[in-house]
Design a protein around this ligand. Structure first.
Ligand SMILES: NC(=O)c1ccc[n+]([C@@H]2O[C@H](COP(=O)([O-])OP(=O)(O)OC[C@H]3O[C@@H](n4cnc5c(N)ncnc54)[C@H](OP(=O)(O)O)[C@@H]3O)[C@@H](O)[C@H]2O)c1
Length: 246
């Protein structure tokens, strides 16, 4: 299926590795020019060069910290200056510490919310005026399933995800009428990376608390991944929006 993404301009946060990188690759393979952001410049440039070589499109690594408003605005403005527009925003920059309530510090809670929730808010807020003015644009927030069910260990991520879910639908209410499409894509659990892996390790868990694998939640509170859902890349496409409306 042609996703009609050729020559579109995409801005992907948290894209030097993991889900963000995979999305950036998918968009570039479909012919989009892509700006990748992450904090550490070296892996970012490696990712950008590899994706550019594979796709033949323009792929730029732009270092920036999505937990800081001025950095988000700087990256979005630099992208607008370079390409004249942003057609697609995909937000993936996030990392949240796991732990028991008694062990999680206020700083850890705030760091999780500041990046995984407010980082998404900042990115959307930075591109929205431009998309509203043009009367088109596509925004995909990559949000874990933890926001829809209780999570034994990854509570800070779940709470931030729940906020993202509400945010996504509210922004869709506000800006859908201007031609801006806002979707939320559940990230599949691909692997446990970086801080999530360390913090999910059994050595961090209190032996006095029931193991998550033995914990059963009321099924009415759980949601399961649905088959046949479009990928994050497909969600950015106007073709997907057209077929969804049919
Ligand atoms: N993987 C999963 O199974 C899973 C499950 C549920 C939800 N999710 C969610 O999906 C998103 C991506 O997860 P992932 O597993 O692909 O993550 P990942 O492999 O750890 O990659 C995270 C990316 O975000 C960047 N990043 C981190 N902090 C940043 C900041 N302050 N500003 C800008 N970029 C930042 C990282 O680069 P730098 O460190 O260089 O900044 C990296 O490029 C996250 O929001 C995560 O919570 C993932």
């Amino acid at each position: 299926m042609d996703l009609s993404l050729k020559d579109k301009v995409a801005f992907v946060t948290g894209a030097s590795k993991g889900i963000g990188r995979a999305v950036a690759e998918g968009l570039a393979k479909e012919g989009a020019n892509v700006v990748l952001t992450a904090r550490n410049d070296e892996p970012l440039q490696v990712a950008a060069n590899e994706i550019a070589a594979m796709s033949g499109t323009e792929v730029i690594g732009m270092a920036g910290d999505m937990s800081k408003s001025d950095e988000v605005e700087r990256c979005v403005n630099a992208t607008l200056k370079k390409f004249g527009r942003i057609d697609i925003l995909v937000t993936c920059a996030g990392s949240s510490p796991g732990g028991l309530l008694e062990d999680l510090t206020e700083e850890q809670w705030m760091a999780s919310l500041n990046l995984k929730f407010m980082g998404y808010v900042r990115s959307v807020r930075a591109v929205i005026p431009h998309m509203r003015e043009r009367g088109e644009g596509s925004i995909v927030l990559v949000v874990g399933n933890d926001g829809l069910k209780p999570s034994y260990w990854e509570m800070t991520a779940g709470v931030a995800n729940a906020a993202d879910i509400n945010f996504a639908s509210s922004v869709a209410e506000q800006y859908g009428r201007y031609g801006v499409r806002i979707s939320r894509r559940r990230s599949r659990v691909t692997r446990r990376s970086s801080s999530r892996a360390r913090m999910s390790s059994p050595s961090h868990r209190s032996p006095s608390i029931a193991s998550p694998s033995r914990t059963r939640w009321p099924t009415s509170l759980c949601s399961s991944p649905r088959r046949g859902r479009p990928s994050s890349t497909a969600l950015t496409s106007p073709s997907t929006a057209r077929s969804a409306r049919r």
